[in-house]
Design a protein around this ligand. Sequence first.
Ligand SMILES: Nc1ncnc2c1ncn2[C@@H]1O[C@H](COP(=O)(O)OP(=O)(O)OP(=O)(O)O)[C@@H](O)[C@H]1O
Ligand SMILES: [Mg+2]
Length: 269
Amino acid sequence: MRLTVEHMSLSYEGPAGERVTALADVSLALSGGVCGLMGRTGSGKTTLLEVMAGATRPDSGRVRMEGAGGVGLVFQMPERQFFERTVEREITFGLLARGVAADEAHERAARALALMGLTLDELGARSPFSLSGGQQRRVAIASVLALRPGLLLLDEPTAGLDPRARRACLDAVRAAAEDGATVVVASHDANALAEVADRLVVLEDGGVTLDGPARDLLADAPLMRDHGLEPACAARAALALRRAGLAVAGAPLTAEELADAIARGRGSA
Ligand SMILES: Nc1ncnc2c1ncn2[C@@H]1O[C@H](COP(=O)(O)OP(=O)(O)OP(=O)(O)O)[C@@H](O)[C@H]1O
Ligand SMILES: [Mg+2]
């Protein structure tokens, strides 16, 4: 799915009746791949995802979508999207509403939940509101993955997940993009985005201040810090090691790449 956002602006009414800018003239074109969305608290990430999903109307500007598959949004607070009595009904609702037969909906729900490391047998009859925060997040992600949307929007999908669930979530994000979906992941977690994002967009006060290949931006610790963001751990470590006088080659983004960069630095020293 191809998504075009043109000159999107949106402000909310503040407590004293003043206008609070959430988005300021944002233009973006996305077509396939995984786009990471970073920015300080209040920079407009959630608002942008909600506008992309058609859940919030901008004051001006427009969103265009070309291609099949529809839009799936996983909310920052998963409990906000639950409205059914059981986990199974929660995950199958969208499928049944699209005319998918009950048997197939059940199968797809089971598969989507398994991708997130949970089983429908164990959780299917539970109320989604009775689950732990991490289980709720995974059910919310599964309910959107089951729809196989052409545009998949995830707001802080790894927040509060344990390492295995986080791994499952990142793998599912990658798999969706490899199946042809256009994916946007809003996150404060540079390490997670280092693993899945092809492109990175940074918002500041509702405007786009950085937009480029995720690798190049996430590995640039001084640049990330200039924008008030925490760089990926490996990029931070590389910077600290260089400051301590060690030769570190290239721009490592993961622990494995950092080890390799140190080994190569020693080789050339
Ligand atoms: N419903 C609302 N009413 C009033 N102001 C709002 C509302 N939702 C968001 N805002 C304001 O809009 C701005 C952007 O908020 P948004 O939730 O998009 O930020 P964010 O980047 O997602 O932050 P976080 O990292 O904390 O999730 C903030 O100044 C916020 O206070
Ligand atoms: Mg947010």
